[in-house]
Design a protein around this ligand. Sequence first.
Ligand code: HEM
Length: 406
Amino acid sequence: MTYKRKKRAVSQLLNSKSISSRKSTICDEIDYILGKLVLEVTANEDIDLATYLKYFTLRCSVFLMYGLHLDCFGKDHALCDEIIRNESEIIRLRSPISNIEDSVTLLRYFPKLTNAHKAVECGQTRNGYMNELYARFQEGAKDGNDNNDCTNSFVGQLLAQRGSKRLSEAEIYSICLTFISAGLDNTPLNLNYLLGILSQPVIGQMYQSKAIHNILDNCSGDVVVAWEQSGEANFENAYVHVLVLETLRHFTVLPLSLPRTTTKPFLHGDVIIPANTHLFLNAYAANNDEEHFESPLEFWPERWLDERGQSNFAAKINQHFSFGAGSRMCSGSSFALYEMYVFMVKFLLLFEVHPPDSKLMITDPFANNGNGRATSFEPRSHHVKLIRRQLLSPNEDKIRDVALRI
Ligand code: HEM
């Protein structure tokens, strides 16, 4: 019952209409992180973008949820790093194949031999930062005027609900947790994978050239218009859109999706699956099914384009399984797609991605995985080289301002 209430609330907060009304917030966060990169990137030096991308996702989630800006590079640095580190540890602990006590039940009586103590520690650390964020939210919401970011945030909205829709404090806490953790181990990893693809010699340059030509064609070459329009995100820059879709499919950050337990028996073919059975969706296998995708092991964005060169998003969305499927499918898929698409359009307007001097990304997601027992892929760190794209001087001041303001 409480799951259904929370699911309904999360779906309302994250549906495309709600995300549409928060576009400018998300764009501000993108401008902020890109502004930081503009200030910090030195031409001809390799850079690892993983932390920037995690900060971006975390800031977006925290602002939408609580109306708070985290100063990831300044006074909130330690807090942000703690959240990122701890959430990664938790997702690792939740892996269906890393906890031997899940299968050998006797071990549950010897918690010291298992990961149980680690899970308790992570839980306590998590309570610490969740309470800190909530306390900051309460402080920020005090003045309560119409323009108050905290009262307008998702938590503000949930607290303002009355009657049967009103969630309990525990339910709101659980939704906050979902927001903080859900995006962190997948959106930045997908973006980093795509940037790693763009840094590959020859082929990476080819994808970028197609993408930037497509963006400029759609705005008659006016880069300021391209920058502003990207936030509308009707996925008009089809080539960027298909780069994102192909990344989601090819990389499949959660290769076994999330494990589920059946609540009642059901018939599959001629086999009865009993209640309380753990089921896994082999999303990686589904995304690489030869009957469905031509040359599935190839990163080939064009597979998502129709004969007019448009990405036929509505028709294709159900054809990859990176967001899961069915009633438990990812509730954040519209949000994640919007974040990734706009981020990539703006990123490409600002930077050319080049092969690094060292640590070029390994493109095979399994060969690149640093932890075979984890729930989500844990890609080994890689570098890219960034060079400012020359056509963009008109936006430089604006982006610099945003980075310094927030
Ligand atoms: C590229 C980014 C993302 C990927 C690949 C992804 C993938 C997934 C997958 C595979 C599931 C399990 C689906 C199933 O069991 O069938 C899931 C569940 C979920 N995701 Fe995401 N996710 C992403 C981003 C996000 C973001 C940004 C949010 C919200 C801030 C979010 C919120 C959720 C929620 C609430 C669920 C649980 C749904 C339920 O159990 O009913 N996700 N996600």
